[in-house]
Write a protein that binds this ligand. Structure first.
Ligand SMILES: Nc1ncnc2c1ncn2[C@@H]1O[C@H](COP(=O)(O)OP(=O)(O)OP(=O)(O)O)[C@@H](O)[C@H]1O
Ligand SMILES: [Mg+2]
Length: 296
């Protein structure tokens, strides 16, 4: 048996009915352990023997991995192991760093993402990203969500308004901001800002959403809202999340990937599988030591 016993909500008084409901839900379907469910929609992303180097430093070695379609994959492992680097392979964000070299294959739907013919702007539309610290633009709530679609050429005011509303609804934020669409996004709370950033990604209609510790700067209630939202979004999107929070990985992910440090501090993949398998029945001793807190 793994270490996870319940949703972590200590320290809160008088939780709202919504929070109570989330807590019950997470306790009941904690750790998705059905291989057929996790992989029912095929493979969305794949890496084959990937090495990633920053100059002479090798950050990832020989990573071969499959990310299931329409599911949540969590990447876990100690700090500095290369989780963010791995995530950034999928929308070629590492390209922006000077001296980076990627060897091996990274594919989406069988398409080689490092083929020189790939349009990177188009790729980043299909593969959106949410960061640790909410980073809304210094503009109104509406303009934040409309930013991407406008940039991709949508001018029709009616369509834009509709898309903004749908995106805010899907990000579970509409009810809280529908009367403040013209106010500055910077006036929203941290948790609201993070859901706004998710709405901004949804507005360009991506297929994949990459999330790098999206809840680590948030309070427990906002964190639960984001987790609940992710479970909802996975019906339409493939989600890859990096998290340091083992309970969060166990609660939200269908598929869990564990990385550890090799001999030269490079990230290597130890194992991946359903969250239930990784957390309840890890095959590798290194995984067990990590998830039970003996290392990392
Ligand atoms: N832009 C960069 N230039 C040079 N080295 C980098 C760069 N970004 C990351 N690295 C190095 O690559 C390794 C992996 O970093 P990465 O940020 O991917 O780790 P991480 O697992 O996300 O860590 P954390 O959990 O602390 O966020 C580290 O040794 C880091 O110092
Ligand atoms: Mg990181």
């Amino acid at each position: 048996m793994g270490f996870v016993t319940s949703g972590s909500t200590e320290g809160e008084k008088d939780p709202s009915p919504q929070v109570e409901e989330i807590r019950l839900r997470t306790a009941s379907d904690l750790m998705n352990d059905d291989l057929e469910v996790a992989t029912a929609n095929g493979t969305k992303l794949r890496t084959v023997a990937v090495n990633l180097l920053y100059g002479r430093f090798q950050a990832l070695r020989d990573i071969t991995l499959e990310v299931p379609n329409l599911a949540i994959t969590a990447i876990i492992g100690p700090s500095g192991v290369g989780k963010s680097s791995l995530l950034r392979l999928f929308n070629r964000m590492n390209d922006l760093i000077p001296g980076v070299r990627v060897e091996g294959k990274v594919e989406m739907d069988g398409l080689d993402l490092y083929d020189p013919a790939i349009d990177v702007v188009e790729l980043r539309k299909r593969v959106g990203m949410v960061f640790q610290k909410p980073n809304p633009f210094p503009m109104s709530v509406f303009d934040n969500v409309a930013f991407g679609p406008r940039r991709h050429g949508l001018k029709d005011k009616g369509k834009l308004r509709e898309l903004v509303e749908i995106s805010l609804q899907r990000a579970a934020l509409w009810d809280e901001v529908k009367d403040k669409l013209n106010q500055s996004a910077l006036a929203l709370s941290g948790g609201q800002q993070q859901r706004l950033c998710i709405a901004r990604v949804l507005a360009v209609e991506p297929e994949v959403i990459l999330m790098d510790e999206p809840a680590s700067a948030l309070d427990p209630i906002s964190t639960m809202k984001i987790e609940e939202l992710m479970r909802e979004l996975r019906r339409r999107y493939t989600i890859v999340i990096v998290t340091h929070n083992m309970q969060q990985a166990a609660r939200v992910s269908d598929w869990t990937v564990f990385l550890t440090m090799g001999e030269h501090r490079e990230g290597i993949l130890v194992e991946y599988g359903t969250a239930g398998q990784i957390f309840m029945n890890p095959k590798d001793k290194r995984t067990e030591d990590y998830i039970t807190g003996r290392f990392g």
